[in-house]
Design a protein around this ligand. Structure first.
Ligand SMILES: [Zn+2]
Length: 193
């Protein structure tokens, strides 16, 4: 829908309803963006009004086959990508997809696309030096992603910093790449970096 995003200044004093942000949405997007930045993946936009976070993935699912010509590098990038996609569920130790995010939600559908693309990558991989690599099971990739996010989220100060970040995002409504870089570099995000 065009005309969005609206900002708080668009509301005249006569309007009794201030813009509403669902705090659960802001926290969810904070998880996505923070895990992405912690993994050095560029965050392009965090939109708490429409509820999405745009991240520059190292590759699209369609590019997985090509990326796996460098298996160790592709594996690390895929683990980071899966961690970003399921950031909140993995960080909070929840099932994914699960109650909060069923198969139909955007995140679960994106993860399913990566799962399908990974399934099509040959089981026996050769790198540029013709060295053989064994492709780990998809479950292993997911378990490593979950472990990484969980370990990161249990560091001191992370849960509180995520909440503080969520309220900053709520105040901003929409944050572009530059705005996010500023937020990420601020003292608020020190515990997350
Ligand atoms: Zn999400």
């Amino acid at each position: 829908m065009r005309g969005w995003p609206i900002r708080s200044t668009d509301f005249s004093p006569l309007m009794t309803q201030p813009p509403r942000y669902h705090s659960a949405t802001c926290l969810h997007e904070a998880w996505h963006a923070a895990v992405a930045s912690a993994n050095h993946l560029p965050v392009l936009r965090v939109d708490c009004l429409q509820g999405y976070c745009e991240i520059a993935w190292p590759f699209e699912p369609e590019g997985l086959q090509e990326a796996f010509r460098d298996p160790p590098r592709a594996h690390r990038a895929l683990v980071a990508t899966c961690g970003c996609i399921a950031a909140q569920a993995f960080g909070e130790g929840l099932k994914f997809p699960g109650k909060a995010c069923p198969w139909t939600c955007h995140d679960a559908r994106l993860l399913a696309r990566f799962a399908a693309a990974y399934g099509a990558v040959p089981a026996r991989l050769l790198d540029y030096n013709r060295q053989p690599h064994v492709k780990p099971a998809w479950e292993t990739v997911l378990a490593q992603a979950r472990h990484q996010v969980r370990t990161w989220s249990q560091r001191p100060g992370v849960p509180l910093a995520l909440l503080a970040l969520a309220s900053q995002l709520a105040e901003a409504g929409v944050v572009d790449a530059r705005g996010w870089q500023g937020l990420w570099a601020s003292a608020l995000c020190a515990a997350l970096r």
